[in-house]
Every structure is written in C-alpha cells, then in structure tokens.
Ligand binder design. Structure first.
Ligand code: FPP
Length: 237
C-alpha cells in the first residue's frame, strides 16, 4: 500500500549495520555488505518508482579508509560488481548515476567503472542517484573552501561575493537538491560526517533495522512518517 505516502523530493541514506547483521547471523562481515548491496537495489528501484528526484547513498566514508585492508578490498569488489551488474537496472529505471566524494584515493579500476556507468546513464532523465564513495562532509566543505579561495586569489571572485549560494555551487554535487529526508539504519543517532551542509533542514528518520534488512516496508514507513512532519525552516507556521 503506497496511497498515504508522501514522497520526498530528495532522500539521503546512511546505510549502517551490515557488520552487525552479519555477526548476528553468524556470518563474516563481508556477507553483510553483500546483502547490503541487494538492499541498495531495492531502495534505488523503489525510490525511482515512487518519483524521488534525488537519492544519495553513503557507500564509503573517508573514515572507512581506516578499516582493515581486506574489508576495504572486498567492499570495493562489491562496488565494482554493482557498477557493472546494475547497469540494466539503472537504465530500465531511467536512473542517472553521479559520484560524490574525493576521487584521488579510489582504485583505478573502480574509478574506470564508475566513470563508465556515469557516462552510460548520463542521458537518463529520471531519478539521480548519488553514490558517496570516499566521501566526508568536512572534506567536502574543505575542498569547496579551497576552490573558492583559489578563485578569489586569481581575482575571479570578490570576497564579498562569497555567499551561501556560491559555497553551495562548489560542493561535489551542486546540481542535487538538499535532502528533505535523511534515513539512517541500525539505530545510531549520528550524522557521521554525511552531507553536513546539505542536511541543515532535513528531517531525520532512524530505523532500528540493519541495512541488509531494509526493504520496501521500511522505506514506506519512513515516507509515511516524513508526511507527518511539520517543516518550518526556522519560521513560525
Ligand atoms: C555500514 O555497515 C556500511 C558500510 C560501511 C558500507 C555500505 C556498503 C554497502 C551497503 C554495500 C556496497 C554499496 C553499494 C552502493 C553497492 P558497517 O560495516 O559499518 O556495519 P556495523 O556498524 O554493523 O559494523
């Protein structure tokens, strides 16, 4: 039943709890990430079907580089597989893929597949899917500030012209609308360096369900709850 859903224009997801799900099931952590990939497909197709304009998924944070090398390697293996295997899903659902994050540390083969899939889907006009990989909110703001400082130093931009809109134009994906709804799974009440600028007015919905178990029902529950929120944006309404 989707009749009473209010579909946000823009959604961001912190996909947490893959490891905990695997541990509870007596499995290796990587099995949790594998099942998490299936949950990614479900959320992407359902958000596209419901008419979400932009979905950003936190797939690998800057802090995740501190994980054991083996887990990082396996995670990037899953990402590579996703970027190839899900091409038909992205095309069938008219989804356009984008990357948010720093490119420098990404392995060359991951970058190549990412760029190929981005190019393949560039003409799609439905939902835009931002994959945050090697992403950090503080790093994004630092990179934006550095780019602005460079333009000011070169005389292209007056210091007084640096306003909110100018800063927003220097973020990794300036074309995406700010998230209306931030979903986090596995019960943690943190934003974990995700989209720090963009979530200023996002509604937050935390599910106790671990990411591998997050399906259509949980997504619909989030959208239903979102529909009950009164968004005031600091004003009196
Ligand atoms: C958090 O679980 C999840 C991640 C760090 C990675 C998310 C990756 C996927 C869902 C799979 C690959 C992604 C795509 C887009 C194909 P955790 O390991 O921090 O879980 P824990 O907190 O329970 O240990």
């Amino acid at each position: 039943m989707t009749g009473d859903l209010v579909v946000p224009r823009s959604v961001a997801v912190i996909m947490d709890g893959n490891g905990r799900w695997a541990k509870r099931a007596g499995l290796e952590r990587i099995r949790g990430h594998e099942r998490g990939t299936e949950a990614v497909r479900t959320t992407v197709t359902e958000c596209a079907r419901l008419g979400v304009e932009a979905l950003v998924l936190y797939a690998f944070s800057e802090e995740n580089w501190k994980r054991p090398k083996r887990e990082i390697k396996l995670l990037f293996g899953l990402l590579e597989r996703f970027l190839v295997q899900e091409r038909p899903t992205l095309m069938d659902n008219d989804v356009r893929l984008l990357h948010s994050g720093r490119r420098e540390r990404l392995p060359a083969d991951v970058l190549a597949l990412l760029d190929e899939t981005i190019a393949l889907t560039a003409g799609n006009r439905g939902m835009r899917l931002g994959l945050a990989i090697s992403y950090g909110g503080r790093q994004e703001l630092t990179d934006a500030t550095r780019a602005i400082a460079r333009r000011v130093a070169q005389g292209e931009l007056a210091p007084d012209a640096v306003d909110e809109a100018e800063l927003a134009r220097h973020l990794y994906l300036p074309e995406l609308p700010d998230p209306d709804l931030l979903i986090r799974t596995a019960g943690e009440l943190r934003v974990s360096n995700f989209l720090l600028w963009q979530i200023s007015y996002a509604e937050i919905w935390v599910s106790d369900v671990c990411w591998p178990e997050f399906g259509r029902d949980e997504l619909h529950a989030a959208f239903r709850d979102y529909g009950r929120r009164v968004r005031r944006f600091g004003e009196v309404r």
